[in-house]
Design a protein around this ligand. Structure first.
Ligand code: HEM
Length: 490
């Protein structure tokens, strides 16, 4: 089969192939259906990759190939060169969203708790009508997780009005699925046919159309309020407002156009839902597999007088637990991926033509169109970095012994950028949504621990509960957890 479709096995086993071939510091080249992926793990290579100029190694050129934004994101125009896209969208998440997390914590706590309660109640009523399992019920963990994250994100991105619209939430939940399947099929279709096939694959765009119309109306409503001198719009704490405020300049009084704000938010929506939802599934499964940590986390949380941002962000065991869960069960096996778009090359010392591409300082050569990235999962399992027990679940590795530190026992924050923990990437493209993602995960876990006992359903051991697709490691829809309302906590 590989003879006819080179790289086919990568589609269904990318992470496994990578782990089997990983040797610390040695570049690994893997053929995928579209191009060659070169995986770099030596500190020097990683440093050079992170610092390479956008016009040579581009994240956005690769995003364009992967997600086909012109068809899936309401016509979003993504430039290969970061300067042309502007880095404002990352500033909105890294600086503005982060600095407003204390104000968002209370609404997020209430919404996440309510959304989790809805999911658990719905599953409990279904289980009650089919069988009696001593108060235990089952639910599909990934489905629950996506719904819950969509509600929280809708609040943080678009504000309370859209976060309470059932129609909008349905569309916001379906849109990432449509985007993913459409982009995937388009990757195998000749460019000339893509514009005909894309609308059909996007289910006639119903989800994106509803998202676009609702977000557009919300922005326009706020613009009108501002121009009629009402103060209300200025008080909104959400990403729509951050974009409206931060793109205003002396010459552009209204800031970015409504269309551009909508496109940029849609462009980020997929990653902002998909990644935290998967992390939540794996963290819940890890809580089931390692119940000894549940009481400890609940205990440190019960000491909180109010669930403020600072309080939630200073629970050492919860922090270390999530960090360990994402280390052993990441949603992706690679990060810091860039497409080689350079026009470097030409001839070498001997005058030989070396073609266009990118040449690392040690002579490692990539061809134009190759993708270069870091094998993050393999690095996070590397015994040279994490010791002989690197494959064991041990949040303690991220905690300091209590006696050595007075104020905090956390050695590594979950959101820390660290070459030996590259789930967020590194450098200027490092995930700007990581502080928000961390807060959402923490709130969701705290609510579950407070209200429920949980255990794994019958969908088998960890490997059978997931599947691999390209570089991703995704929970199966059939994977379930069992839960029972907690009556007493010792
Ligand atoms: C567990 C959850 C998440 C993980 C593991 C994750 C991981 C990543 C990674 C690996 C990158 C690319 C870094 C690079 O190539 O150097 C990235 C970029 C990005 N992430 Fe996240 N992410 C998560 C959640 C989020 C959320 C919730 C948001 C939005 C609120 C977000 C917004 C972004 C944006 C805008 C970029 C692009 C940055 C740029 O263009 O420079 N992410 N993320």
């Amino acid at each position: 089969m590989e003879v006819w479709f080179p790289g086919l096995s990568y589609l269904v086993a990318g992470p496994r192939i990578l782990l089997e071939n990983y040797k610390p510091g040695v570049p690994i080249s893997i053929t995928t259906p579209e191009t060659t992926y070169v995986h770099l793990s030596s500190p020097d290579h990683i440093r050079e990759l992170v610092d390479a100029p956008e016009e040579l190694l581009s994240l956005h050129a690769l995003s364009k190939d992967m997600f086909k934004p012109e068809y899936t994101m309401n016509g979003l125009v993504v430039q290969d060169d970061m300067q042309q896209n502007g880095n404002l969208h990352t500033r909105v998440f890294r600086v503005l969203l982060r600095s407003h997390l204390p104000a968002l914590t209370d609404p997020l706590y209430r919404l996440l708790s309510a959304a989790l309660e809805d999911r658990f109640n719905e599953a409990a009523s279904l289980s009650a009508s089919t069988s009696n399992m001593n108060g235990w019920s089952t639910l599909s963990t990934f489905e629950m997780s996506k719904k819950v994250v969509v509600v929280a994100n809708a609040r943080a991105f678009f504000g309370p009005r859209l976060a309470s619209s059932t129609k909008f939430l349905e569309a916001a939940l379906s849109y990432p699925e449509h985007l993913l399947t459409t982009a995937e099929v388009l990757r195998f279709i000749p460019r000339s046919l893509q514009s005909f096939v894309a609308p059909i694959l996007m289910r006639n765009q119903w989800a994106s159309k509803i998202m676009v119309s609702h977000i557009t109306a919300e922005i326009e409503r706020r613009r009108q309020q501002t121009s009629s001198n009402s103060n209300q719009a200025q008080n909104d704490v959400d990403c729509i407002q951050f974009f409206m405020d931060s793109t205003r300049t002396n010459t552009r009084k209204n800031g970015w156009s409504t269309e551009k704000i909508v496109q940029v938010l849609l462009g980020i929506w997929f990653a902002a839902v998909h990644q935290p939802a998967i992390a939540l599934v794996y963290a819940l499964e890890d809580l089931c597999a390692h119940p000894q940590f549940a009481d400890g986390i609940h205990e440190e949380a019960s000491a909180l007088s109010t669930p403020s941002y600072e309080a939630i962000d200073s629970l050492p065991l919860l922090e270390a637990f999530i960090r360990e869960s994402c280390r052993l069960h990441p949603s992706d096996s690679i990060s810091i991926r860039r497409k080689v778009v350079s026009s470097e090359g030409g001839s070498d010392d001997k005058g030989e033509d070396v073609g266009r591409g990118y040449i690392f300082q040690d002579g490692t050569r990539l061809l134009q169109g190759d993708v270069v990235c870091v094998p993050s999962q393999a690095i996070m399992l590397d015994p040279h970095i994490y010791g002989k027990d690197s494959a064991e679940f041990n949040p303690g590795r991220f905690l300091r012994p209590a006696e050595t530190v007075a104020s905090t026992h956390v050695r590594n924050k979950f959101t820390e950028l660290d070459p030996s923990y590259p789930i967020w990437g590194l450098g200027r493209h490092a995930c700007p949504g990581r502080y928000y993602a961390s807060l959402v995960l923490k709130i969701a876990l705290l609510h579950v621990l407070e209200k429920y006992d949980i255990k794994l359903g019958s969908s088998g051991p960890s490997e059978l509960r997931k599947f691999q697709f390209r570089s991703s490691i995704v929970p199966k829809a059939s994977a379930q957890i069992m839960f029972r309302r907690r009556t007493l906590r010792n």
